[in-house]
Design a protein around this ligand. Sequence first.
Ligand code: ZN
Length: 525
Amino acid sequence: MAYQALYRKFRPDTFQDVKGQDAIVTILKNQLKASRIGHAYLFCGTRGTGKTSVAKVFAKAVNCEAPTEDGPCGECEMCRAIGSGASMNVVEIDAASNNRVDDIRQVIEEVRYSPAQGKYKVYIVDEVHMLSTSAFNALLKTLEEPPPYLIFILATTEVHKIPMTILSRCQRYDFKRITVDTISDRLAELLEREGVEAEEKAIRYIAKMADGALRDGLSLLEQCVSFYFGEKLTYENVLRILGMVDQEEYGKFIGALSGGNVHEIMKCLDKLVLEGKDLSQFVSEFVWYLRNLLLWKTSEDTADMIDLSEEGLEDLKEAAEQISIDTVFRYIRILSELMNQMRYAASKRILLETTMIKLCKPQTESDYESLVQRIEQMEKRLESGIPVSPEYGIRKPPDTESHAKAKPMKKEYPKAVPEELEQAAKNWNTISRKFDAVDLGMMADVKLSVSENNHLVMVFDEDTPASYFAEEDKKNEIEHIISSQIKKEVKVMVKLQKNKQEYDSIPELREMFGIHKGVKMEVKD
Ligand SMILES: [Zn+2]
């Protein structure tokens, strides 16, 4: 048997198979029952919501010799003829490619003859808004005085482009986007019929990605099923094929961003890259996630607009508690800018990483939203008992007393600096060019010093870079870079000194050797 795409194979045959358009189906069924059939119908709605499917079921039903409660019987001669496309009673026209007045004239010529068989001639005109003005005018004449056996079903995704004169002669039906629940139910039903095993979570995810269009849901499902043919369809596999990021992951990003945890962010991003995700797509989905967060935080009764599963909503709620509205605005603003920049970026990854660090570090910006986020971060730290240092934005008023205290301690310069450390300090600018942009960004404020056992000490006054570089792997990497540059072994130590006075009193090696401090952000790819 020839292979058939799922969405063709599972085109609804009866009204019962039409999903998510109950109100419309009920009205049409009642009209059939009462034999009060109109002559012009206008089906509007976004793509994939079932407009042409309903039109076809209706076209069959009006001609069926033994219609049932659910529409066409599917067995009589008319049903079979229409089903196989052999009947002249149902004509489908794609207005996108037949939009000239001559095309419509031809149709109008045809409709002058009553059907040889069956009761109605049904013309289904898809994308009717594509018709030219003269074509619309020609159509209008027929709609004004339709022969009793004629039915026009006009379908469109852009109802605002339909002339008023046409609109006023049609019964209008607005097709809703189909809910995630309805789509997943339908997908599950079809998978069962096809004998394909699938995780519920996998189906739900596909349904969500279909974004209200059942037909898209079927195509996505098809993509996944054919890739893992004969295997159980798992959530992981679906994510892999569709190249999407799990909703939960966004929650993790929110947690790490609001906590200022650069290390965690880098780990999450690394995972995305390893899994081969498209980073631009990730950003645009993340913005969408933030939009949902914002809706959740700003208004009640948003479940409809958010359209997430129950567990998705739970996750979202949890993430929403960690973050303020202003911060969400800030993230959306910065990430939207990033979306534009990424289009032209040679290295999307570095751009994304540096932007994420920027989101993590509101202290690098001074606009209102960043200030609010700094206060939030401070509050969080105070709540959890971590002392707040000036890095988080509190600057003491310059009263005389604290001024006196803040006087820098005298720097104790080390007696002798081992030669390799001297070289490392002197060549730091060259060495630093071997680091990637993220490392460079993180070490922008590093102080280079020397320990008692002659290690090179990287001193930070902030937790984030300190914990980032304190990782054994990272330290080894730095040692390796330094040694390969100066051809001498150097041991590296990372130190966190949050007390401003003490931090200031630590000698800086580059200063000692007259090297200008400050690393230029030169990105090497
Ligand atoms: Zn029939």
